[in-house]
Design a protein around this ligand. Structure first.
Ligand code: ADP
Ligand code: MG
Length: 360
């Protein structure tokens, strides 16, 4: 291992074990020596030679075994400390190894430290959880980049085809070409704007101010009213004042996306959209409910993913870019809120956005 010259933790632990053992052993010997001195009688019976050496020079007889014991303790402490420290630090090597691998970009590796839960196990588990999150995040980003490139390429490819056709057949009506190019270009701009909006919400770099969500929902609903009427839909708005803090522009975008979806993905005629706002304890809740075709919970769970469209059916008048709900989710999360999608039993969807209320 390429480590800077210096004492490793294992060596430091070994030295401290051995040092501690020496100090403890030394203290013990001092205590023994002092008590020996106290208990040896002053009057020694001459003629008992085995007592004499103690009496005449107690230090001499005691110092050799004491030094031997200390030496033994030193060796014992060093060897034992080295082995113990090695055992204790073994999990750390696994964690370091995993961190090195992650550093080189391999996020699939997990430590999976066995054994009972202790500080090392907690560290390893936390590290594993972090790796799992990172891996999922990177995979999501890659999927997103691939999808975004694909979606951005589509209008360019269509434009290319239109231009090819126009070049090979010069007698065609140019007005038709212009109309179709215009439509394709508009779609490309929509897509790019949606992507920019998503980045802005994700970065959380926007100014926040006190807002009334019910007023914003009302504004979005009113502006989409002609669109709903055109499709023979009923749009109902109700609710109380819902004070929160956030970006009015982003929250308007959120409401617009939800109401737009509720109109576009509704029944062909005679459907209804209900937009309600209310205050629930410490949060404000916006609910957008619409009639529509029955949706399975499994499908609904995937709808917020970028570029995910529920039905593959091509609608002539609406070709969504598939970012509407992804933007709603990003804006909601940037406002520390939660987004919930529940399919209605009778068909259609119930979308709830819950944001922290502004406490007065
Ligand atoms: N209110 C809704 N009712 C029914 N289906 C919906 C509703 N909102 C969204 N969906 C489904 O979720 C998909 C993703 O929505 P979204 O991200 O806004 O993309 P887009 O609307 O551009 O297709 C839609 O294609 C649609 O199938
Ligand atoms: Mg949409």
């Amino acid at each position: 291992m390429d480590r800077e010259p210096g004492l490793s933790v294992r060596l430091k632990l070994t030295l401290s074990y051995a040092g501690f053992l020496m100090v403890a052993g030394g203290l013990l010997l001092v205590v023994v020596w002092v008590s020996l001195l106290r208990y040896i009688p002053d009057q020694v019976i001459f003629g008992l030679p085995w007592i004499r050496p103690w009496r005449s020079d107690p230090l001499n007889g005691f110092s050799l075994p004491a030094a031997m014991s200390l030496l033994f303790l030193l060796v014992f402490g060093l060897v034992g400390g080295w082995l113990l420290a090695g055992r204790m630090l073994a999990p750390l090597n696994r964690i370091t190894d995993a961190a090195r691998r992650a550093g080189t970009g391999s996020l699939a590796h997990r430590i999976e430290l066995p054994g009972r839960s202790d500080e090392f196990r907690e560290l390893a588990d936390a590290f594993d959880a972090m790796l799992a999150r990172l891996e999922a995040h990177v995979a999501e980003q890659q999927r997103f980049a691939a999808n975004a490139s694909h979606e951005l390429r589509t209008p360019l490819a269509i434009t290319q085809t239109l231009l090819d056709v126009a070049r090979s057949d010069r007698n065609r009506d140019p007005a038709e070409l212009v109309d179709r190019l215009y439509a394709v270009n508009t779609r490309a701009i929509d897509l790019t704007e949606a992507l920019l909006l998503l980045t802005r919400a994700d970065q959380r770099s926007f100014a926040r101010e006190p807002v009334d969500l019910s007023l914003i929902a009302e504004e979005a609903t009113e502006s989409l009213l002609p669109f709903a009427e055109e499709r023979g839909l009923t749009l109902e708005m109700s609710g109380e004042e819902t004070r929160t803090v956030g970006s009015p522009a982003l929250l308007l975008q959120l409401c617009t996306n939800l109401v737009h979806n509720a109109i576009v993905h509704n029944l062909p005629g005679g459907g209804t959209v209900w937009v309600t706002t209310n205050v629930a304890r410490e949060s404000v809740v916006l609910t957008v409910v619409n009639t529509g075709e029955p949706l399975s919970p499994a499908l609904v769970a995937t709808l917020v993913e970028p570029f995910r469209r529920g039905s593959e059916r091509i609608r002539t008048d609406h070709a969504g870019v598939g970012l509407g709900l992804a933007i709603v989710k990003s804006i909601t999360e940037a406002h520390d809120g939660t987004l919930t999608l529940i399919p209605r039993a009778a068909g259609g969807l119930c979308v709830t956005v819950q944001l922290p209320a502004q406490l007065v």
